[in-house]
Write a protein that binds this ligand. Structure first.
Ligand code: ZN
Length: 262
């Protein structure tokens, strides 16, 4: 959408929706600034077209700067530092652009799962399956290793007749560990890093609906909610295919999202 606006008594633009919003955020466009786009009968105050949530900067905090140059056709506002740059000196990230100086900071925010342009980049279901598959490989290897260390067979092939009391206790211990190890692994990794090793390898991360870190409490809840997704014959997982935000059942229960990190 091409917008035009009045700056220092002169027509400026065109700018797109994101640029218009960015200009409003930095105070270059005020709530009473006249704006126009094709299809509008006449110029209107920006307040009549501003998307919800866009408000003028509080008075005094960001005084309008009449000396500031209007945004030219090939200029954009950096989404990080809000300064104006020639378009080809900026790097696009989804709906926004960032200057070269802000790129490292912005990349860091991306890596931390911050919302970019108000949008989280949800991981695809197949990528998530890949991550779960890798984690299962790791966990199976650990449990097989544990069985070997305890002198049990690699697989649970002991028939009931061969079970000595000692072996029974070991088998029960391994069964306990088979639950405790994945639980500890997942809760500690998600709580601390937002990702298990499998998720790290697939460049995905678990975050809250707002894109923030989940922490240990939510990681614990999510682990147990995952058991539900598993017990429903994976229907809980399959739900993610049909969800706009690609939430599995456990993501719905815990209000978490799995996002792709750049
Ligand atoms: Zn910048």
């Amino acid at each position: 959408m091409n917008w035009y606006y009045v700056s220092a008594g002169k027509q400026a633009g065109p700018v797109d929706d994101a640029q218009l919003e960015a200009l409003a955020r930095v105070g270059q466009i005020q709530m009473d600034t006249l704006v126009w786009r094709e299809g509008m009968a006449e110029w209107q105050a920006y307040s009549t077209v501003a998307p919800p949530g866009v408000t003028a900067p509080p008075p005094g905090m960001m005084p309008p700067n009449p000396a500031a140059p209007a945004l030219a056709v090939n200029e954009v506002v950096c989404a990080e530092c809000n300064r104006i740059f020639p378009r080809d000196e900026t790097i696009p990230f989804g709906a926004v652009r960032v200057c070269a100086g802000c790129k490292p900071v912005f990349m860091q925010k991306l890596a931390e799962g911050a919302k970019i342009g108000g949008q989280l980049q949800y991981a695809t279901v197949l990528t998530r399956f890949g991550a779960v598959f890798l984690d299962n490989l790791i966990l199976q290897a650990v449990i097989i290793g544990l069985r070997a260390v305890l002198g049990l067979g690699v697989m649970d092939t002991t028939s009931a007749g061969d079970l000595t009391p000692g072996k029974l206790i070991l088998e029960l211990a391994v069964l306990g560990f088979s639950f405790a190890i994945p639980a500890t692994y997942e809760i500690l990794m998600i709580g601390k890093y937002g990702a298990t090793l499998g998720k790290m390898a697939c460049k995905v991360r678990v975050v809250t609906a707002e894109g923030n870190k989940v922490g240990y409490g939510l990681a614990t809840g999510r682990f147990f909610a995952k058991i539900l997704s598993f017990l429903t014959c994976f229907v809980g997982y399959i739900m993610a295919f049909f969800d706009e935000e690609r939430r599995a059942l456990h993501d719905r229960i815990c209000n978490t999202r799995v996002i792709t990190i750049a």
